[in-house]
Design a protein around this ligand. Structure first.
Ligand code: GLN
Length: 196
């Protein structure tokens, strides 16, 4: 049997419990809430949840986690950003300075405007699952541009909504709110590969 991997969920603000629950349904994964440097160092991979990116960044700095997180990502820790998490990962944000600036994507916040700022679609993402998955967008960003080493996993309404660059995964929607763990299993495979 392969030893369990620990996947952390940054637990400062946003949809933390939902991610922990989704991870608990993945075989061989120990979910762990992360809000200290020590917990960060013990995680094999980390999820940056959705929420409010500006609030999460402020708390990352207040808890002394911003630099240690960036250093671990630069050292190769797998990270999956959902929604606000995607905003944190991006090297470029339209009209504002970037935050962690580690993934070669350009992101537009609150991209869908007021009329359709939240919606759900069902679509198949072959890299992740052969079955259609519900994709929940909540005041979501979109990925306006992706660098040459970024693999586009999904587009919706003409914009990139899921992408991977090596050990970094970004989804502008919220798989943790759907009761399905296909994306969590996909990320767990990325993490498992990185520890082997
Ligand atoms: N609109 C939020 C932001 O800009 C992201 C929304 C979300 O994570 N659901 O940070």
């Amino acid at each position: 049997m392969t030893p369990p991997i620990t996947i952390g969920v940054l637990s400062l603000q946003g949809s933390v419990e939902e991610h922990l629950l989704s991870l608990s349904r993945c075989e061989g994964v120990t979910p762990r809430a992360v809000k200290t440097v020590r917990a960060l160092q013990q995680a094999d991979g980390l999820i940056l949840p959705g929420g409010e990116s500006t609030a999460i960044v402020r708390l990352l700095r207040a808890f002394g986690l911003f630099e240690p997180l960036r250093e671990r990502i630069q050292a190769g820790m797998p990270v999956w950003g959902t929604c606000a998490g995607t905003i944190l990962l991006a090297k470029d944000l339209i009209d504002e300075p970037p935050h962690l600036g580690v993934m070669d994507i350009t992101v537009r916040r609150n991209a869908y405007g007021r009329q359709t700022d939240s919606f759900t679609v069902s679509d198949t993402i072959p890299a992740v699952s052969p079955d259609p998955l519900p994709l929940v967008f909540i005041r979501a960003p979109w990925i306006e541009k992706a660098g040459p080493d970024v693999q586009v996993l999904h587009t919706c309404r003409g914009h990139i909504t899921a992408a991977r660059e090596g050990r970094l995964l970004a989804t502008t929607f919220h798989p943790e709110l759907t009761g399905q763990s296909a994306f969590h299993r996909y990320f767990a495979a990325v993490v498992r590969e990185s520890v082997n």
